[in-house]
Design a protein around this ligand. Structure first.
Ligand SMILES: [Zn+2]
Ligand SMILES: [Zn+2]
Length: 155
């Protein structure tokens, strides 16, 4: 029957009280935790809050100098944010690595193309002469007098 169960004042778990009638906690541990909390709360009332929650910014009291959060909820929320921030950072790092690789491949390709272009330019001798109209004529190719198809006029 429902009435046989009692909810633990500390963890909220339903349990059947044994022996003692006024059992408020499911376990000795919960009772200790609860008593500590009450003790700390009373102490906090006397001394005032001594720490600031890293998550919600609320001032709270804790005996532990390493305490960073006012409640387990704030701790969980903080962990959740940290996890998603880490995931995001990993995703960004991956994207940057990919982008860098693409850039390197592009650079390598352009360098290779430049080199090939230079080599093919070297293979064709360039002769410079001044034409009848006074323009510089650069002739590429081995044919004397310049080949029309390889002639470029530059002012
Ligand atoms: Zn409990
Ligand atoms: Zn908080």
């Amino acid at each position: 029957m429902e009435s046989e169960y009692i909810r633990c004042k500390e963890c909220g778990k339903a349990f059947i009280p044994s022996k003692r009638r006024n059992q408020l906690y499911c376990s000795h541990n919960c009772q200790v935790v609860h008593n500590n909390r009450i003790y700390n709360a009373r102490r906090a009332e006397r001394t005032g809050p001594n720490r600031t929650c890293k998550e919600c910014g609320k001032r709270f009291y804790s005996l532990k100098s390493s305490a960073r959060f006012c409640s387990p909820q704030c701790y969980r929320e903080h962990e959740r944010k940290e996890r998603s921030a880490r995931r995001q950072l990993t995703a960004i790092a991956q994207m940057r690595r990919k982008e860098k690789r693409r850039q390197q491949e592009r650079d390598a390709y352009l360098a290779r193309r430049d080199l090939e272009a230079k080599e093919s330019e070297r293979a064709i001798p360039v002769r410079v002469s001044i034409g009848e109209n006074g323009l510089r004529i650069e002739s590429r190719g081995n044919c004397v007098g310049g080949n029309a198809s390889h002639t470029r006029h530059t002012p």
